[in-house]
Design a protein around this ligand. Structure first.
Ligand code: K2U
Ligand code: ZN
Length: 169
């Protein structure tokens, strides 16, 4: 397992639509292990493969709270099957847009289908933080980051701030 560098805006790769995975094999599991280690090190609670420069439809997540046992989750070729009409607004951040936080409105609940780490097909309903996080990550698979849901002014200011931050690092 390895901690890999996380791309930051305005890296053009973050705008790429990620390709479906052919099958869950040992190489893919090695990628997912690197992703989950990278996410824990950031720290974050979710990560899409494109954020470490691999434009494939793979997401990792762990919603366990501080002090709880880790509960890593792995999502391969995830699809949203249903979105609630009810919307919620939640403050979001992103490991590819450091130190920027803002409110984003999304469906409160979604129903998703995906392959797990063993290649089994899973269907489940997501609500609360699980719903927000999986929608945030699935945006990444479409080349969308959360500031794309904000005004042009807020988006441009965020990108300028991240560019200065990365230059100063
Ligand atoms: O895509 C990412 O960079 C992962 C996000 C996941 C996330 C975004 C918005 C709302 C919830 C989760 C990072 O984990 S952002 C850091 C973070 C950490 C804890 C709670 C919320 C956000
Ligand atoms: Zn993100």
């Amino acid at each position: 397992m390895a901690v890999r560098p996380i791309l930051t805006v305005p890296d053009p790769l973050l705008k790429q639509v990620s390709a479906p995975v052919e099958g869950v094999d040992e190489d893919l599991r090695a990628l997912m292990d690197d992703m989950i280690e990278t996410m824990y090190a950031a720290p974050g609670i979710g990560l899409a493969a494109v954020q470490i420069g691999v434009p494939r439809r793979v997401i990792v997540m762990d919603l366990a709270r501080e002090g709880e046992d880790k509960q890593p989750r792995f999502f391969v070729n995830p699809e949203i099957l249903w979105r609630s009409e009810e919307l919620v607004s939640c403050e979001e951040g992103c490991l590819s847009i450091p130190e920027i936080y803002d409110e984003v409105e999304r469906p409160a609940k979604v129903r998703i289908r995906y392959l797990n780490r063993e290649g089994e097909t899973i269907e489940e309903e997501c609500d609360e933080l699980y719903s927000v996080c999986i929608q945030h990550e699935m945006d990444h698979l479409e080349g969308i980051v959360f500031i794309d849901h904000l005004s042009r002014l807020k988006r441009d200011r965020a990108v300028s701030k991240v560019k200065k931050l990365v230059r100063a690092a």
